[in-house]
Design a protein around this ligand. Sequence first.
Ligand code: GLP
Length: 242
Amino acid sequence: MKKLVKNDYENMSSDAAAIVAEAIRKKPNLVLGLATGSTPLGMYKELIRMHKEEGLDFSQVITFNLDEFCGISPDNKHSYRYYMYQNFFNHVNVMPKNIYIPDGKAEDIEEFCREYDRKIEEFGPIDLQILGIGRNGHIGFNEPADRLKVDTHVVTLAEETIRDNGSFFDDPLDMPKRAITMGLGAIMKAKKILLLANGRKKATIMASLLKDRHVTTKLPASFLCLHPDATIIMDREAAGEA
Ligand code: GLP
């Protein structure tokens, strides 16, 4: 696992965007795995700038999002779908038919999960997967557990995750307690993985991830240690250097 420490959030974000842009220039029909949360916002902003000012072309890029809350409709402003359109898709030329995001309102959710994996198989493996990390070490919504699932599945969110995300909701009690997430299988099959982490609140988990160097289902991100091409880009605060 490669580790890059950048001075600040802006540098982390522009480095991540540069890696995505280079991958798209090399392979215009890149299969790109995307993450939500506050961490990748700066990367999305920079990619939008590159699209507008440098003509970075997303017209053939295929995107798969990691996760979505269960039970909220796609137009709900707290859904990850809404986030993706607001913060990225509405500002670049990704074709709607090439956008895949789990549907938290799917009628038959088990079948939806199977179909999501079938789609990833059809276009995949994912060429470049972007990840954030939860303070408890989750990736996507793969929470620490005794066993981690390989396939896309419904997960009950950890208390800490509910607390961390609840503040975004008008009433924290509205925060869904379940989510759909890509499993470790599709994530680990990605040809290249880029995990981003910033801010002091991530310093403890990043220290366990990088210093302990062991793999455990109690820290789902630790599986990245086994990946042949995983890079962590973090700012000095997350690296515990500021
Ligand atoms: C959320 C998402 C993750 C994200 C993580 C960190 O729960 N499901 O994909 O990486 O938590 O969020 P943030 O970037 O806001 O710290």
